[in-house]
Write a protein that binds this ligand. Structure first.
Ligand SMILES: [Zn+2]
Length: 205
């Protein structure tokens, strides 16, 4: 399905505007998910994850697409069943990525038990309005990047490398946010290694 209608307007954008009208402008995961500063593929994937619509191995086996003898173990740890919550959040290897990102930002959290609770916690997190553009991008880019890496490991026989993934996620956040705004004059290295200085600068500005 194309994400552009005949006028070239993003359907994601149209849907976001509709939802904004319905839900108002309060903090709500729906505003986090339809983040117009990120590519439509990232927004759409986050919506699928939020609505429990991901086609995980466990799901595919349950509906008969995957053979009963096929492995449904998590491609990263090879220990637990691949549910959406496991492969995107609670897998101990994936969890290190989330923890690393939270440390990068300078905060800590407790493990949410679902994608919807993760997004709920994220959207309710108290941070300055100027920082929110970066803060709001983190969960979407992370969810999408983890799933992309999962697909590369599953379908292209790549080796899981979740240590590199965290750096890749921050790099993507920097590239996409810089592309969406001319006001972010920071380098990707600044994002990677000096996020506290960026937060200080945008709050001062
Ligand atoms: Zn796992």
């Amino acid at each position: 399905m194309s994400l552009l209608d005949q006028t070239g307007q993003s359907l994601v954008s149209v849907f976001y505007n509709f939802i904004s009208t319905v839900h108002g402008t309060c903090n709500h995961p729906i505003h986090l998910v339809w983040n117009k500063q990120l590519p439509p593929k990232v927004q759409f994937f986050s919506w699928l994850a939020w609505k429990y619509k991901l086609k995980t191995s466990v799901f595919l086996q349950r509906i008969g697409i995957l053979d009963g003898s096929a492995s449904t173990l998590c491609i990263f740890c090879q220990e637990q069943q691949e549910t959406a919550e496991h492969v995107l959040i609670s897998c101990h290897l994936v969890w290190k990525v989330w923890t690393g990102l939270l440390q990068w930002w300078g905060t800590t959290w407790v493990v949410p038990n679902s994608v919807s609770n993760l997004l709920l916690w994220w959207s309710g997190f108290d941070c300055r309005k100027s920082e929110r553009r970066i803060w709001n991008a983190i969960p979407l880019v992370t969810l999408w990047s983890i799933w992309k890496h999962r697909n590369e490991c599953l379908f292209q026989a790549s080796s899981p490398n979740l240590q590199e993934l965290q750096e890749l996620i921050v790099t993507r956040i920097a590239i996409w946010l810089k592309a969406a705004s001319t006001k972010l004059h920071f380098s990707i290295n600044d994002f990677l290694y000096n996020i506290s200085a960026i937060r200080h600068c945008i709050n001062e500005g």
